[in-house]
Design a protein around this ligand. Structure first.
Ligand code: FAD
Ligand code: FES
Length: 265
């Protein structure tokens, strides 16, 4: 884990409330894993006081060298509003890569990826990684759900990786009008994947875990609880552990990616 001040390469709007920010980074980010995150702070920042966590969306390469990372973010409050106003060549302070990312087994050939809204952010990095690991992208599928069509991001990236995409929206503005877990259930019944990976709102993740259990498919979910320190010091990110006794894990240290069966959400 490194703390460094990095230069902003770009900070572009990619839809109402959504932005991508490119940051130059220490080349050691080449070892970052999908699902890991950074805690970001603006130098001179007085408010918001605390760093904010963001998943690594992509690695930025030049001449086969990792020279930076890209984050994809949604403006939801004070910190992300300020982030959206940052200019090219400004300096921000990041701490990372943090946490435990998604894991891969060489037995995984067909995967289902489930993204709810901005939960798609770490899953593009994951899909790129899975293709490099030899997953059959043509047989694998991405389930992309959003409140409306404006919340369906990164379709071109998944198509470039060679994955089929199914979309749903809550308001019916694109795809079927239902939760994304509905087509996931139907598809899992028709042909079990080797693993399901998911990131999105907690309600969606609970339903994904139920579906994985129903069809006995291994499943990993990334939990985006609020985080204050990102390093196990504040207990702000406690996630209840499954088991007979009440016990908690830290989403920042033990997660944010957890195997199904480990946590209660
Ligand atoms: C491991 C991890 C990875 C994340 N990756 C991304 C990412 O790649 N892109 C992205 O846009 N966001 C991501 N988030 C969420 C992001 O950290 C928050 O949206 C951000 O901290 C909000 O800061 P703010 O100051 O703008 O909002 P605040 O003013 O702090 O909060 C505004 C509103 O957003 C709600 N909120 C704050 N944090 C969260 C959260 N984690 N989940 C749901 N609601 C929240 C608050 O309850 C409040 O209602 C991630 C969170 C975690 C823990
Ligand atoms: S965010 Fe502080 S302990 Fe996890």
């Amino acid at each position: 884990m490194y703390q460094e001040k990095v230069k902003v390469l770009w900070n572009q709007s990619v839809g109402p409330e959504y932005y991508r920010i490119g940051l130059t980074c220490n080349h050691r980010y080449k070892d970052a894993r999908p699902g890991q995150f950074v805690m970001l702070r603006f130098p001179g920042q007085i408010t918001p006081f605390l760093r904010r966590p963001f998943s690594i969306h992509k690695l930025i390469s030049d001449n086969n060298q990792t020279i930076g990372i890209e984050l994809l973010y949604k403006v939801v409050g004070e910190g992300t509003k300020k982030l959206s106003m940052i200019q090219v060549d400004d300096i921000v302070d990041i701490l990372g890569p943090l946490g435990n990312g998604f894991t891969f087994s060489r037995h995984y050939k067909t995967v289902y990826i489930v993204a709810g809204g901005i939960g798609v952010a770490p899953l593009v990095f994951l899909a790129t990684y899975l293709r490099a690991k030899g997953v059959d992208t043509a047989k694998s599928k991405v389930f992309l759900g959003g409140r409306s069509k404006d919340d369906l991001l990164c379709r071109d990236e998944f198509i470039d990786i060679g994955m089929k995409i199914q979309v749903t929206t809550d308001d019916g503005s694109e795809g079927d009008q239902c939760f994304i877990t509905h087509p996931l259930d139907v598809a899992s019944k028709g042909g079990r994947p080797d693993v399901i990976y998911a990131c999105g709102p907690l309600g969606m993740l609970t339903c994904v875990l139920d579906i994985a259990e129903k069809y006995r498919v291994p499943c990993q979910v990334s939990i985006e609880t609020a985080m204050a320190c990102g390093m196990g010091a504040c207990l702000g990110c406690a996630v209840e552990k499954k088991g007979p006794e009440k016990a908690y894990l830290h989403a920042c240290l033990d997660g944010p990616v957890f195997d199904a069966g480990i946590i209660k959400i």
